[in-house]
Design a protein around this ligand. Structure first.
Ligand SMILES: Nc1ncnc2c1ncn2[C@@H]1O[C@H](COP(=O)(O)OP(=O)(O)O)[C@@H](O)[C@H]1O
Ligand SMILES: [Mg+2]
Length: 236
């Protein structure tokens, strides 16, 4: 049984967007979902996180049907989303943004403190800026904070929508390396990306076009150059 099993998922906004997609993510993997703008990547991860209701199909997480469950219930079950555009609360400090990420575990001070320490381990820059308003952070730091905030709920599955968008190549690499560390520490990761620089870190790649999955592969095959050229429009 895979940790995440999506089967025949159809979602839209009054008009169809996801045309019945099926894929799995095994526990312990880093999966990457690629696709051009408008392909349906955000629709996919926001539906998994419970923010949109599917029109048809099933989503199983940890063996349980979660399609249509509300986001708070899903956070408690172990699904956390880093939304596209890294929506941190700009007027709140780094510390308070992180605290909000732990709302599902309130009362559990020791464990929450341990998660906070872990986030500062992953992102030492956040520790240096703990009392700074999130809105004063750089784009890269805000992305770190958005990931850190999601980690405060102690997820089993971390969904990251456009992890590297707007970051410099070197900062994107830092984010990918930390994502790899988070994965190493036992969190299953699904990253939405348009940057093929993430491929070295991926166990599974999915490519989406116009609401359908046009490629799905695992292991070494996904690092072959023709994947980039055939599906991602990257020519080297
Ligand atoms: N809130 C929304 N209301 C109406 N249409 C939307 C909304 N969000 C996305 N769409 C449409 O759904 C399609 C897929 O969008 P999205 O899932 O955001 O793609 P991606 O993340 O791959 O860029 C696009 O045609 C987009 O215009
Ligand atoms: Mg998107």
């Amino acid at each position: 049984m895979a940790l995440l099993e999506v089967d025949g998922l159809r979602v839209g906004y009054g008009f169809p967007v996801l045309m019945g997609i099926s894929f799995e993510v095994e526990e312990g993997e880093t999966a990457v979902l690629f696709g051009l703008n408008g392909a349906g990547k955000t629709t996919t991860v926001t539906t998994i996180a419970g923010l949109l209701k599917p029109d048809a199909g099933s989503i199983r997480f940890n063996g349980q049907d979660i399609a249509g469950k509300r986001p708070p219930e899903l956070v408690s079950a172990g699904v956390a989303l880093v939304p596209e555009g890294r929506r941190v609360f700009p007027n709140l400090t780094v510390a308070n943004n992180l605290r909000l990420g732990a709302w599902s575990r309130r009362g559990n001070h020791k464990e929450v403190e341990a998660s906070r320490a872990l986030v500062f381990d992953y992102f030492p820059r956040l520790a240096e800026r703990v009392d700074q308003a999130a809105g004063t952070l750089s784009g890269g730091e805000q992305q770190m904070l958005a990931i850190g905030r999601a980690l405060m709920s102690k997820p089993k599955l971390l969904l990251v929508d456009e992890a590297s968008l707007g970051l410099s190549p070197s900062l994107a690499k830092v984010v990918f390396q930390v994502m790899a560390q988070i994965n190493e520490d036992g969190v299953t990761v699904l990253i939405v990306e348009q940057n093929v620089g993430v491929l070295p870190y991926a166990d599974r790649a999915l490519i989406m076009e116009k609401g359908t999955l046009i490629y799905s592969g695992v292991g070494e095959e996904i690092r072959e150059a023709n994947l980039r050229e055939s599906y991602l429009g990257v020519h080297e």
